[in-house]
Write a protein that binds this ligand. Structure first.
Ligand SMILES: [Zn+2]
Length: 437
């Protein structure tokens, strides 16, 4: 049985900078739900972790959806009559509406204007816009820049292609003792945006790298997929594997300086929900636990009624609730190495709970066993002695086969790690045995 503790393997001093450095490398790439940007991203991740890349042809039916045509872009600009690029994709890939169809034409500002998207309330930021499922083209720019544009003959060029191709996604499987899986899913379809969702991508890659080669109880599957269509495609192609998902987390927006937010799985009281709640309670200070709702990221698909997987969504500032969301301000300065390291540590602490969660039976249930004569007082080194003693009493009292270690941690208010260590010690002294499964 695996007894490795994952969280202590993380060195906060090096983890944050390492994750941030990977975000910085991936930031300039123009990703979308298909195309070379996502391939380039997966290729870079392959240098970190063993990542198997799948390519699914356009037109493939995936439940009620169809894998779209593949989009690629080489260049895009709006030039004024002096030949100056007043909007330039090369300066920021958010300048082009994702999935824009190609165009090369000359037009007046009045003709161009319906294709220009700005944020009047945040006039210095470029918005992020896409048009995946409707053929359109457009540019995004700071509102102040639009206000400076004068009537002119503009040369408008989007050198893109939208053709039959493939949808790419990556998965990294770390095999544990059990074929039951922990799913870690993140979307890799956003262009130059950091918190949403290079934070999730790079924390997931960091964790996969850190856990590779470690003896694990569960198998861990890390999915790097385009949002919505990617999870739908994966589920359509892996219905059998989906049934092996015992616990799961969607990771998104976990690099900013905000407090943690956890959105529970549809089940609401799954082990993952209770484990995340417990870890945040003990390590994260102020945080928010939200009930499931069928709006958000890929948990919507994992938690659709035909699957109903125990998959929650871990965030810091929740999507749509921070002003930088889906704008050029979601940049490298918005994600913070310390926050990234804390997020990785919190996830490892959750995995530690999953790895060590057990139910035991007290072998001496008639009155308390005498701990002193067994040398069990002060036997738990490194922990607060009073807390260790309390933990042993809680474990002995509640281990009647109906309460797991996590149940005991939640009921006693003590950290899972302390409860789990107490159970190990009591087992070593033959006071506790694993409950028959
Ligand atoms: Zn987004």
């Amino acid at each position: 049985m695996a007894v490795t503790r994952l969280r202590p393997r993380l060195d906060p001093a090096t983890a944050g900078p390492a994750i941030h450095a990977l975000i910085s490398e991936l930031y300039p790439i123009c990703r979308s739900i298909t195309g070379d940007g996502i391939r380039q991203t997966l290729a870079r991740l392959q240098k970190e972790i063993p990542l198997e890349v799948s390519e699914v042809p356009s037109g493939t039916k995936v439940f009620d959806w169809t894998v779209p045509r593949e989009w690629n872009i080489r260049d895009a600009y709006v030039k004024n009559s002096r030949g100056e690029r007043v909007i330039d994709f090369r300066r920021h890939n958010l300048h082009v509406v994702g999935y824009s169809v190609p165009i090369h034409a000359t037009m007046s500002l009045a003709q161009l204007r319906p294709h220009l998207h700005t944020l009047p309330g945040q006039p210095d930021l470029i918005p992020y816009r896409t048009s995946y499922y409707e053929e359109a083209w457009g540019f995004c720019l700071p509102h102040r820049q639009l206000e400076r544009m004068q009537e002119d003959e503009y040369e408008v060029c989007i050198d893109s292609s939208l053709q039959d191709g493939r949808l790419s996604y990556g998965e990294c499987l770390l095999e544990g003792a059990s074929t039951q899986e922990v799913l870690v899913s993140c979307h890799t379809c956003h262009p130059s945006l950091c918190n949403d969702n290079l934070s999730g991508v790079c924390v997931a890659a960091f964790l996969a790298k850190l856990m590779a080669g470690v003896p694990l109880r569960y198998s861990y599957r890390f999915l790097f997929i385009p949002g919505t269509i990617g999870s739908i495609t994966w589920l359509a192609r892996n219905e059998d594997r989906a049934r092996k998902v015992a616990h799961g987390l969607v990771l998104t927006c976990i690099g900013d300086r905000g407090n943690f937010t956890y959105k529970k799985s549809r089940r609401g009281d799954a082990q993952i929900d209770r484990a995340v709640g417990h870890v945040l309670e003990h390590t994260a200070g102020d945080h928010t636990i939200e009930a499931f709702s069928p709006y958000g990221y890929d948990e919507r698909q994992y938690c659709s009624p035909g699957f109903d997987l125990a998959v929650g969504c871990l965030m810091r500032s929740p999507h749509g609730k921070f002003p930088q969301y889906h704008t050029s301000a979601d940049n490298l300065g918005f994600v913070d190495p310390l926050s990234l390291a804390q997020s990785a540590a919190a996830i490892l602490a959750v995995f530690d709970v999953l790895e060590h969660e057990r139910t035991y039976i007290n072998l001496n249930p008639k009155c308390e066993p005498q701990l002193g004569k067994r040398g069990l007082y002060s036997a738990m080194g490194g922990t607060d002695i009073r807390q260790a003693e309390l933990a042993m009493l809680w474990v002995l009292n509640l281990s009647d086969g109906s309460s797991s270690l996590l149940d005991i941690a939640l009921r006693s208010g003590l950290p899972f790690e302390t409860i789990s260590a107490a159970a190990t010690l009591l087992s070593q002294h033959d006071l506790l045995a694993p409950a028959p499964t």
